[in-house]
Design a protein around this ligand. Structure first.
Ligand code: RNT
Ligand code: ZN
Length: 410
């Protein structure tokens, strides 16, 4: 047993918190870990093609995964250091395509069969994302809202196939599957036309979401700005909020996709009464939408708390979204997953009954005192029970993997 666990349990009990119940809840939480941290959003379609869509990865830490086998080995190492059973989040460019290139509007379940097997063997769920960037037909900045109907048709075909593929994941694996759509469409500088782009996007989405697919959760992701789309983003928050409400889709909120002083946590209760569910891309924007590795920042802790306080854990899909190549990429995954899970544990350990009963200054006072409750030993105990190293001991494993595998990749 982790040192101090019994003591911590008693402290929480004094505040009316059942630690064992919190640990059981945490065990049921499945976070979707994004494959793209492992290879700087490269994928296996055409690894030479540069990253597009205004996404940027900085850094050149050695050992980037170059093949599907390398990415799987890295994922496996990361998952072995993360407590609990989780999900994998794939982008369409991560298919097992074989030697011949497959056009994006021709990809199918066969290109993801080996991923399904890989996940099944490891008890992982699988989520999916259409890839509408890093492609010649996305180069001029527009995809589903493109003025050329042929370009729109190509991308509609791609996303329709992606939904089918994800629905297949839901049939084959536990826990359904989320397909999330994010597109790069927008303009670097002041545009004359805005409405026609949004009308075309709406029309394209109607052609994509023309019916429900079994086990599939459809999510759409908005953005405020991107590199190269500073002046105009077709798929803005208002656009997708309206669309999701009308079609009953899940709305994806990426923590880097809002004005810096906007609270994503506050949006949870504002949106939940109107939408079937919410998907979060947990990310860390440093001064801008920089996609830094997730850490236990106030924003993330507030989000976790709000989801738990509002009793929405079961209606929320939780996913990570960041890409950092300046540090060991496996370490980057583990830091983000462990930090986020720990913020969820912190939220599950909140003395909610006491806080709800408190009034006036006491409400604030108790919230402050509760911040000093001893979560450390409870987290360590959870890690030990889940068979992963507690505390900071996991970093040695990543160092060892770096020396044995990553540094030998050349
Ligand atoms: C881009 C969005 C999107 C991507 C991934 C790779 O700003 O956040 O979710 O990060 O699809
Ligand atoms: Zn995102």
């Amino acid at each position: 047993m982790a040192q101090g666990f019994e003591f911590a349990k008693e402290r929480y009990a004094e505040w009316g918190v059942d630690v064992e119940a919190a640990l059981r809840r945490l065990e049921g939480v499945r976070v979707s870990m994004h494959c793209w941290q492992g290879d700087d959003v490269g994928g296996f379609e055409n690894p030479e093609a540069g990253l597009g869509g205004g996404l940027a990865v900085t850094g050149n830490a050695p050992g980037k995964a170059r093949t599907i086998d390398e990415l799987r080995a890295d994922l496996e190492t990361a998952f072995s250091l993360i407590p609990g059973r989780h999900r994998l989040n794939l982008h369409a460019i991560y298919g097992d395509f074989g030697p011949r290139p497959v056009p994006r509007d021709e990809i199918g379940p066969e290109h993801f069969r080996s991923w399904v097997e890989w996940c099944r063997e490891r008890g992982l769920g699988l989520d999916f994302n259409a890839t509408l960037f890093s492609h010649p037909l996305a180069q001029d900045g527009y995809t589903l809202s493109h003025p050329d109907p042929q370009v729109r048709k190509f991308w509609i075909g791609h996303v329709r196939r992606c939904r089918e593929i994800a629905s297949g994941f839901a049939r084959e694996l536990q826990g359904g599957s989320v397909h999330n759509l994010w597109i790069p469409d927008g303009a670097k500088d002041d545009t004359v036309e805005r409405l026609p782009f949004r009308e075309r996007l709406k029309e394209s989405l109607d052609a994509i979401y023309d019916g429900r697919l079994d086990g599939l959760t459809d999510a759409v992701e908005s953005k405020l700005f991107g590199i190269g789309s500073e002046a105009f983003v077709v798929g803005s928050h208002e656009f997708y909020l309206a669309y999701a409400m009308r079609k009953g889709l899940v709305l994806c909120l990426d923590m880097g996709h809002f004005h810096p002083t906007e609270s994503v946590a506050d949006k949870v209760s504002a949106l939940a009464p109107f939408l079937p569910g919410l998907l979060f891309h947990v990310s860390r924007g440093v001064r801008w939408d920089s996609d830094h590795v997730v850490t236990a920042t106030d924003e993330v802790r507030l989000l976790a708390r709000e989801i738990v306080r509002a009793g929405l854990l079961d209606r929320c899909h939780l996913a990570l979204d960041y890409f950092d190549a300046s540090i060991n990429r496996v370490g980057a995954w583990v830091i983000g997953m462990r930090s986020f899970l720990r913020t969820l544990l912190e939220a599950l350990l909140e003395p909610l009954d006491r806080l709800r009963q408190a009034e006036g200054f006491e409400r604030l006072a108790l919230q402050e005192e509760a911040k000093a409750l001893p979560i450390g030993p409870v987290w360590d105990e959870y890690c030990e029970r889940q068979g992963v190293p507690p505390g900071g001991r996991w970093t040695a494993k990543v160092r060892e993997y770096e020396a044995r595998v990553l540094l030998r990749r050349g």
